[in-house]
Design a protein around this ligand. Structure first.
Ligand code: ZN
Length: 62
């Protein structure tokens, strides 16, 4: 009913670039493999983040 040429468009979660949601774009919703890798890397970094000690218990203050 509407324009037949209308293509669903999303924004790349990594860089915000406009991405056409088409079968040819195998990296959707990302604009490129690079952005996909970056997002996956961020996810992995979050997953494997080690709960480090915040700071040594230093009671003495100058
Ligand atoms: Zn991107």
């Amino acid at each position: 009913m509407s324009s037949p040429a209308a293509v669903p468009v999303v924004n790349c979660p990594t860089c915000g670039k406009t991405v056409e949601w088409i079968g040819a774009n195998r990296y959707r919703p990302f604009c490129s493999e690079r952005c996909k890798a970056i997002d996956f890397g961020a996810w992995a970094a979050e997953e494997y983040r080690i709960p480090e000690r915040e700071s040594p218990p230093l009671e003495s203050e100058a």
